[in-house]
Design a protein around this ligand. Sequence first.
Ligand code: COA
Length: 188
Amino acid sequence: MIKIATTTERLILRSWRLSDRDEFVRHLNTPNVMRWLGGVQDRATASAAFERIDGFERDFGHTFWIVERKDDRAHLAGEMLGFCGIKRVNAAGTEMAGQHEVGWRLREDAWGHGYAKEAATASLALAFGRFAAPHVVALTVEGNDASRRLMERLGLSRRADLDFTDPRFGPELNPAIVYRIERDEWLV
Ligand SMILES: CC(C)(COP(=O)(O)OP(=O)(O)OC[C@H]1O[C@@H](n2cnc3c(N)ncnc32)[C@H](O)[C@@H]1OP(=O)(O)O)[C@@H](O)C(=O)NCCC(=O)NCCS
């Protein structure tokens, strides 16, 4: 059964169906979307990521959920926009493993409408509410202006003391840079 994690004014965040995987690859495995994520993925890499996404939902009840639009009058109505949600840090090379991590990836024709901010705000509310996170981190790289700006707009603070080298990637995707928000900063 597909679980709705939460809804916002314009969006639905829901758990994955198996059939979402092909659609996700079709819309999101593109050079522009993947620019700061290691580039377009081969099938095996994408499949491993889908398995991890399912694993977070199974083990913790939260993951990077599918984001869909509610409004069937809109251009992308009912279509998958991408994912957004809360997983646990699984990057190599950091002691933050297991901490709550907010993240997002939207298809390019959905950028610039405030969807990521709307979905991420709802995700953080779940992290601090239903999932009782003490704090939430977000990871990116220096060049990813869109993500860094979004982290700042969501109220996360830059934590250079937590930056690390992710051995899975080369120098163009390192260091991994860290933002973080504390529970009491979110709840004020
Ligand atoms: C990051 C991403 C999800 C942003 O999606 P989006 O729906 O366009 O973001 P929003 O419209 O909600 O914008 C949120 C804020 O970021 C800003 N922003 C968005 N894109 C930006 C860009 N390219 N450069 C600078 N700021 C940007 C917006 O202006 C907004 O800030 P504001 O409220 O001050 O105007 C989208 O660009 C994406 O999917 N990128 C590829 C995948 C990726 O890199 N994921 C993150 C890995 S860490």
